[in-house]
Ligand binder design. Structure first.
Ligand SMILES: CN1c2c(nc(N)[nH]c2=O)NC[C@@H]1CNc1ccc(C(=O)N[C@@H](CCC(=O)N[C@@H](CCC(=O)N[C@@H](CCC(=O)O)C(=O)O)C(=O)O)C(=O)O)cc1
Ligand SMILES: N[C@@H](CCS)C(=O)O
Ligand SMILES: [Zn+2]
Length: 764
């Protein structure tokens, strides 16, 4: 039978067992043995599922107690010296300190894994980095699999991807190759000694725009690695590598994996000259989405490839299944027609098995399985609500224009309406999502708390948040988002065309998970979503209350999006629904409305050549959502993960009146780019990092603001944290915001004084 395998399985567990074990361990309620037992159970369960589905090889090294990029660095012994840990004697608590920081050291920086909503930890390397080996955790896991009778294919982040993703200081990253390679070789030799036949090295950077020196590094690196160890499967994913055909041919690896879902067009050109001794692993089942595979179409592609390659064709999902929920079996709340369209990680394993059997023995032998899949997909395709004439008609008639007045006119109207001081202070939207809030929501969802009581509890939380903000002296308030489980899921539960799962959790980072909604049908807003909450919050204060919406790009990016329509069209449908909400908030007298777009940057395609098309529709969607606001209504947007120096023209084209961005961790350096580009509207650069419980002092924030004032005129500068405060506790939140408000006030009076002096010297 054809070889079937996978590039990784979700590690959190179908019921987030890993999350609960991690958090219990961090609270000292579970010991190391208890945590290890949960990990072992999860691995054995996932390996059993892979074997039951008929996969030839099961994945190892995909499990992680926090992050797999950190794990590869740890395995090699490449730890930052600042922690003072001995790599080969690293224990589990120290491992978590690398990931989460400790009293003396901040954590490794966390950043987005390519264009996904998964965050990895950036290894830190420098001129003194040594890679003399770390703990034996991976080898122990392999032994565990072998003892349980599984044929295992371990996986590691490949050396060039590891270097490219790391923070490397004081030395050219590629200069570290010579030190890294012996470490990788030692690992490969140990795998051989364990009897491992295949190892997977992930090199997804091959699908990025790479400088010539990085491309040139691949052949020598893999020549060195091919000699000593198991056969290497080099895995690429998330984008195509066809233009690197010559380089790939040269690599002395035994197998290459291609993502045939994201980049199906690469298969034919690469196949043209495929070396006779090499395996081609084709990723034909989508690892980034949850729709059932169209097996007929995939077989049409695979049959000729199988005729050419025979057993040298392997089948796999397109990338690791880390990005999809674990098991559809436990979703008992979904309507039948929708369920018919879905395959989660476990179901994707079965799809691979059907494909392999149909390829090997012919479609007629697999007739029943193929027919079942066909019928289920057809039922889903014809579900009422998939195509709506009213949505299509509205979309066709949608305006293209943005706001009705240019920014300078709006600026004057908004200042007159809002009566804000210079350097106005605000926050990004969420306040602590306390255990009490989540428990109340849990009880309401289980039917243990009446809806009226749940709503009253949330209103009380909002009143508390307003009271605390007034006491702190903030200038523009927020309602705190207590009523929202998640900024995406909350809107999805109120929009037609979206569906929520009950257990469809996907790891976002560490123990934090999200439940991405499914966008399965045409999107429309049946009724206002946030207006009552905003109106209530505004009724509690004389200060302006920001309305709070999640933007169209973020709703698309953090959901599982239907694959029968371009994302641009789905984003436009969502934008129209949000436009109605903006209009309703405007009518309700809400004077400022924030439309969050934290995923705007993440949505950028991996290759620069594809950027303009994305930016065009993404900007248009935001302008469609926000454009109907009255000129005197202030539109805010917020973006964290702010590596957007390259896309400032697009950010300016959004034409939000105010943008709040994450800048504290980078010491405001991003603002130089805003200044250089002469960004025209108002900016709130984050003055403190919300990712840690540490309370920054006022002087630190004042210094950052002074730095900001050197490039942004005071009239256009806002004062706010980097991002929302939902993961923080109230005590640290209040302390940090008090310092922030005090810093803003000090600077405000200093500015007023110096302006007074300037006036006096002019009149003298
Ligand atoms: C801003 N970020 C977000 C991203 N993606 C999103 N979709 N949303 C985001 O906010 N991406 C980038 C960043 C950083 N990422 C995250 C991701 C996740 C969290 C986080 O805190 N997640 C929570 C789960 C949040 C949630 O949905 N809560 C629900 C359900 C809570 C729950 O677990 N309930 C229990 C029952 C509780 C009880 O009965 O007592 C249960 O279902 O078993 C809610 O509030 O209702 C997490 O815990 O992982 C943060 C940043
Ligand atoms: N309004 C959201 C934005 C997060 S990116 C919040 O404050 O949590
Ligand atoms: Zn944010």
């Amino acid at each position: 039978m054809l070889t079937t395998h996978l590039l990784g399985f979700p590690r959190i567990g179908a019921r987030r067992e890993l999350k609960f074990a991690q958090e219990a361990f961090w609270r000292n309620e579970l010991d190391e043995a208890g945590l290890a037992a949960v990990g072992r159970d999860l691995r054995l369960r996932h390996w059993s599922w892979q074997r039951e589905a008929g996969l030839s090889l099961v994945a190892a090294g995909d499990f992680s107690y926090y992050d797999h990029v950190l794990d590869t660095a740890v395995l090699l012994g490449g730890l930052p010296a600042r922690f003072g840990f001995a790599p080969d004697r690293l224990d589990r608590r120290q491992y978590f300190e690398l990931a989460r920081g400790n009293a003396g050291q901040p954590a490794l920086e966390m950043t987005k894994w390519f264009d996904t909503n998964y965050h990895y930890l950036k290894p830190e390397f420098d001129a003194d980095s040594r890679f003399d080996g770390g703990p034996d955790w991976l080898f122990d896991e392999i032994n565990e699999a072998l003892l349980a009778g599984f044929q295992v294919k371990p996986q590691l982040v490949g050396p060039l991807t590891l270097l490219r993703l790391a923070r490397v200081q004081g030395i050219e990253p590629l200069a570290l190759v010579a030190r890294l390679l012996p470490a990788y070789r030692r690992v490969l030799q140990r795998l051989t000694a364990l009897g491992v036949a295949w190892v997977q090295l992930d090199e997804p950077i091959l699908g990025l725009d790479l400088e010539p020196e990085w491309l040139a590094a691949f052949a020598p690196v893999y020549r060195e690695l091919a000699v000593a160890g198991p056969r290497i499967l080099l895995a690429t994913y998330f984008s195509g590598v066809a233009e690197r055909a010559a380089l790939l041919r040269e690599l002395p690896v035994a197998a290459i994996h291609l993502d045939a879902v994201r980049a199906p067009e690469q298969v034919e050109p690469l196949l043209g000259n495929w070396p006779l001794d090499r395996v081609l692993s084709l990723g034909v089942v989508d690892g980034r989405n949850i729709w059932k595979t169209n097996l007929d179409t995939v077989l049409d592609v695979l049959e000729p490839v199988k005729r050419r390659l025979g057993q040298r064709l392997w089948l796999a999902p397109s990338c690791s299944l880390l990005h999809v929920p674990v098991d559809l079996e436990q979703e008992d709340g979904l309507e039948a027609g929708l369920r018919d369209g879905l395959a989660f990680a476990r179901q994707k394993l079965s799809e691979l098995a059907i494909l392999a059997r149909a390829l090997e023995l012919g479609r007629s032998v697999s007739f029943q399985a193929l027919e079942q899949q066909r019928q289920a997909r057809a039922r889903f395709a014809h579900l009422p609500g998939r195509q709506r004439a009213d949505v299509a008609a509205r979309l066709a008639a949608a305006p293209d224009a943005g706001r009705s007045a240019p920014y300078p006119v709006r600026y004057a109207a908004q200042r007159a309406r809002l009566d804000l001081p210079l350097l106005p202070t605000t926050t990004i939207g969420s306040f602590p999502q306390t255990t009490a809030i989540r428990a109340a929501r849990g009880a309401w969802q289980r039917g243990d708390l009446a809806e009226a009581d749940y709503l009253a509890a949330m209103r009380a939380e909002i009143a508390l948040a307003v009271e605390r903000q007034e006491a702190l002296g903030l200038d523009m308030l927020v309602h705190g988002e207590a009523e929202r489980n998640d900024m995406v899921e909350y809107f999805s539960s109120q929009l037609d065309g979206f569906a929520a799962t009950r257990h469809g959790w996907v790891q976002s980072y560490g123990s934090r998970c999200v439940k991405p909604p499914l966008i399965w049908g045409d999107v429309a807003r049946p009724q206002p979503m946030t207006v009552a909450w905003s109106r209530y919050a505004q009724s509690l204060t004389d200060k302006p209350m920001k309305g709070m919406l999640t933007g169209p790009i973020t709703l698309v990016q953090w959901s599982f999006v239907r694959d029968d329509l371009p994302r641009a069209v789905v984003a436009r449908q969502i934008a129209l629904a949000l436009r109605d909400e903006v209009a309703d908030l405007d009518r309700a007298g809400i004077a400022a409305i924030q439309i969050d777009e934290p995923a705007f940057r993440e949505g950028l395609p991996l290759r620069r050549a594809d950027w303009p098309a994305y930016l065009e529709w993404a900007v248009a969607a935001f302008r469609l959502a926000s454009g109907c606001a009255d000129p005197a209504t202030q539109i805010h947007t917020h973006m964290c993960y702010s590596e957007f120096e390259d896309i400032l023209p697009a950010i300016a084209a959004l034409d939000a009146d105010v943008i709040t961005i994450e800048t504290a961790r980078s010491d405001m350096t991003l603002l130089d780019a805003f200044a250089e580009f002469a960004y025209p509207n108002e900016i709130g650069p984050g003055v403190y990092d919300i990712h840690s419980p540490r309370v920054p002092d006022g002087a630190e924030m004042q210094r950052l603001l002074e730095k900001a004032l050197t490039v942004i005129p005071a009239e256009r500068l806002w004062v706010n944290p980097d991002c929302g405060l939902k993961t923080r506790g109230w005590s640290e939140t209040e302390a940090a915001l008090a310092n922030m408000v005090a810093a803003a006030k000090r600077l405000r009076s200093r500015l007023a004084e110096s302006r007074q002096q300037d006036k006096q010297s002019v009149s003298a």
